[in-house]
Design a protein around this ligand. Structure first.
Ligand code: UD1
Ligand code: UDP
Length: 387
């Protein structure tokens, strides 16, 4: 009898959205690939508060990390450097067949640098996305990661096309290597997750009841992008618009606040606006919520306002219009089909977009993100091509 060895993959997670994304692959492995794939999970520790990290492992049934680098917060250079050193050591010890990287954070970049230098094949999930704005740290991270990856899984057609425009080729024969990478339009693992957890969200959480939202209309908002939180003019414009919307429409705005924003709100808002926001009965700022709680909020909100990549898309999955506090988006199809509007941090544009979506009829939410089985597809392709 021959004993076939499992393919060992080493998954890097660090920031909140990566932990959530990783749930889809871990679930697919458990369901269909347990005999073939062994997953080793490395948490860089980029996010570390209980409600930014542990809550997701518990709720989404993600195996606890095999390694935690506990790097914590810091400037880009130091944070990334600590991660690179830690990941390299683990790669040398674990000797995986490949490394799996998600998205565009500093944890993604660190994994890409560490693995490429010692020739561990890189699987990039969420490849090809571009904002075409290199002042975003994420744009640098995603471009660098794509260009050292061996299998690149793009969630959208536009991401796949960006790769083609960026010099990647299609229909190239295997073997796939650093110098002969393979690109895919795979669908989105976050669509897998949103479908999977959608029903459970309302069954297992009481956020709507606890926040007194069962009877009333509400808007869900999140803000955490560094150019919004760190630039007082932008932060004031966004909060001033939200204050006007909440006060005039008497629709509650619920804002689960990212720790970055929480730490900068008082410092970067004018004293007057800060006080107004804090005392406005229609603005409810709450601590970060769990993923199931977030889905319950997304499903029941009338409108979403955000600068988050993930939240933009989830608004679309749950057929809610979305106002995007950015000057561009990587998820351009949301805007192209009319379900989302880019308003930057421009108070007038925010108010106009709110008015528009308050009366807009027949918005289209066609399925653009796959069949809910992207993670299974990714596992199959890894097994096919990574030895
Ligand atoms: C990071 C990602 C961003 C992603 C976001 C998801 C980079 C460059 N940015 O941004 O792409 O959209 O995660 O949420 O990787 N903090 C805490 N507790 C925590 C985590 C962070 O208090 O558990 C505070 C610290 O003050 C920290 C700040 O938030 O300095 C920013 O955290 P960091 O991970 O550097 O960047 P994010 O803004 O979270
Ligand atoms: N999210 C969450 N709780 C919150 C805010 C967000 O679970 O309080 C989830 C959200 O549903 C999405 C992901 O976190 O799946 C998005 O993360 P974030 O906005 O931090 O980062 P981005 O997607 O912009 O990189």
């Amino acid at each position: 009898m021959t004993i076939t060895e499992k393919t060992k993959i080493l998954t890097i997670i660090g920031a909140r959205p990566q932990i959530i994304k990783a749930a889809a692959l871990s679930r697919a492995i458990k369901k269909k690939f347990q005999k073939d794939i062994q997953e080793v999970i490395v948490h860089t520790g980029q996010h570390y508060d209980e409600n930014m990290s542990k809550v997701f492992f518990d709720e989404l049934n993600i195996p606890p990390p095999d390694h935690n680098l506990n790097v914590g917060s810091g400037g880009h250079g130091k944070q990334t450097a600590l991660m690179i050193a830690g990941i390299e050591e683990i790669l040398l010890k674990e000797k995986p067949a490949c490394i799996v990287l998600y998205g565009d954070t500093n944890s993604t970049l660190a994994g890409a640098i560490a693995a490429s230098k010692i020739q561990v094949p890189i699987i990039h999930i969420e490849a090809g996305l571009r904002s075409f704005n290199k002042s975003m740290p994420e744009e640098i991270n995603r471009i660098m990661c794509d260009h050292v990856s061996t299998l690149l899984f793009s969630p959208t057609r536009s991401g796949y096309d960006n790769l083609l425009k960026g010099g990647f080729v299609e229909n190239n024969p295997p073997p796939y290597t650093f110098d002969n990478p393979k690109i895919y339009h795979s669908g989105d693992v976050m669509y897998d997750n949103s479908l999977y957890f959608s029903t459970l969200a309302e069954q297992k959480t009481s956020i709507l009841k606890d926040s007194n939202l069962l009877e009333s209309k509400f808007i869900l908002a999140t803000i955490h992008r560094n150019n919004n939180t760190d630039e007082p003019l932008r932060l004031n414009a966004i909060f001033s618009a939200m204050n006007k919307i909440a006060t005039e429409s008497k629709i509650k705005i619920v804002l689960p606040i990212h720790p970055r924003t929480s730490k900068l709100l008082e410092k970067n808002l004018s004293a007057e606006l800060y006080k107004t926001i804090k005392t406005n009965e229609y603005i409810k700022i709450i601590p970060p919520v769990s993923f199931l709680e977030m889905i319950a909020l997304e499903k029941n909100a009338t409108l979403v306002m955000t600068d988050s990549g993930g939240v933009q898309k989830e608004a679309f999955f749950f057929q809610k219009p979305c106002i995007i506090f950015r000057s561009e988006t990587e998820w351009i199809e949301l805007v192209n089909c009319g379900a989302a509007k880019i308003v930057d941090a421009d108070e007038i544009k925010i108010l106009e977009a709110f008015d528009y979506f308050s009366t807009a009829q027949n918005l289209k939410f066609t399925n653009l993100f796959g069949d809910g089985k992207a993670a299974e597809f990714i596992c199959t392709e890894i097994l096919k091509y990574i030895k």
